[in-house]
Write a protein that binds this ligand. Structure first.
Ligand code: COI
Length: 354
């Protein structure tokens, strides 16, 4: 892996860091001093530029805002106990980014731009990585179509950018989840496995309706019968039944291949648990709950890390769980946090040191 690339850097004159209230960092609201930007044209990527964080301008006909060729990633950098800064598994996000790019007929971003650019930008804004527990620097790489054309075709030009946002916890409390039975997130052959901006836009109405009913997020189900579990708005989902962990498999291409999902599976296995990735029905969960064997339910995601689920409800059933009595998900969270904050050894080589 190349650690850096030819990057042109224009530094900010005076850092905004002094204005940041580090004790009040809502997710995604504050941005660091610099951003990375690089354009694609004539079949090739230009030279990346790191410059002061600022608005960008575009033509009203810019393709991305009409037809949605736009993808993104979410990555986190952590400050270890000894002060050092690390990035959690960015190589996985790099690979997934290009999977999304291919699905959306966009050019792949080369490793030296994505990985080299990421590291260079974080080195420059390193002081912005929070040192508080449960806090991190959220990294948002994204790419969008920039052709000035409202003809419907893959754009010939694109912009890839990285912005950074210091952030605290995404969700403060255990989640109440509504099981979606009207809207659909993904179907085999669709874009469910891609981190396409439109997947999130398409989910907003369902989430807003669930919120109006008193829930935090929706659990997406299969597009055909609304009987199989897929994922939750901003995370993958896990259930523990009778000491076995279940999470939907990725085979249908309807679920995002979460990096926290993958890390959680590894750590749960290390905890001695059997982890089963397979298609999972709501009926099974309801039966397990009735039999008293549904022990725990939680979501995994970069932004949310591990989020406990205290309620799962639909028009037909309501499952209530007591995270305060759980054994496994809190231990999973503790172990993952220990790796991310440098309290436990990084035995999997998940941390990229800056
Ligand atoms: C993430 O977990 O990084 C996500 O991308 C989810 C959300 C913030 C959109």
């Amino acid at each position: 892996m190349m650690a850096s690339t030819d990057i042109s850097i224009s530094r900010i004159e005076k850092s905004k860091l002094g204005e940041l209230d580090v004790n009040n960092l809502p997710f995604g609201k504050h941005f660091t001093d610099h951003m990375l930007e690089v354009d694609y044209a004539n079949g090739q990527w230009g030279t990346p530029l790191i410059r002061p964080y600022q608005p960008i301008s575009f033509d009203p006909s810019m393709a991305a805002i009409h037809y949605g060729q736009a993808i993104f990633e979410g990555i986190k950098a952590y400050r270890l106990e000894d002060g050092e800064v690390v990035i959690f598994r960015p190589d996985m996000n790099f690979k997934r980014f290009n999977v999304s790019a291919r699905r959306m007929a966009m050019p792949e971003v080369p490793e030296h731009i994505f990985m080299g650019g990421l590291q260079e930008l974080i080195r420059l804004d390193e002081a912005w990585v929070p040192s508080k527990f449960e806090h991190s620097l959220y990294i948002r790489p994204f790419m969008f179509a920039t052709d000035e054309l409202i003809g419907v075709k893959p754009s010939d030009t694109y912009k890839f950018m990285i912005i950074l946002s210091p952030a605290g916890p995404f969700f403060a409390a255990p989640l109440k989840i509504y099981v979606e039975d009207k809207y659909v997130r993904a179907v085999a052959g669709g874009v469910g496995f891609a981190k396409a901006a439109g997947n999130y836009g398409a989910a907003m109405l369902a989430t807003a309706e669930a919120k109006a009913k008193g829930y935090d997020q929706v659990l997406w189900t299969d597009a055909h019968a609304h009987k199989l579990v897929q994922e939750i708005g901003v995370m993958n989902v896990f259930f523990i039944v009778d000491d076995t962990v279940f999470t939907p498999d990725l085979d249908q291409g309807t679920i995002l291949a979460g990096i926290t999902r993958d890390s959680a599976i590894t750590v749960l296995k290390e905890m001695g648990l059997n982890v089963v990735e397979r298609s999972l029905s709501l009926d099974e969960l309801v039966s397990a709950h009735a039999a008293g064997t549904l022990q725990e339910a939680f979501g995994t995601g970069t932004a949310v890390t591990i989020s406990f689920i205290s309620e799962l409800a639909s028009a037909d059933f309501k499952i209530e769980l007591q995270p305060e009595n759980w054994r496994y998900a809190p231990e999973l969270k503790r172990r993952l946090d220990a790796i991310r904050y440098g309290i436990a050894p990084d035995t999997h080589g998940w941390l990229l040191h800056i």
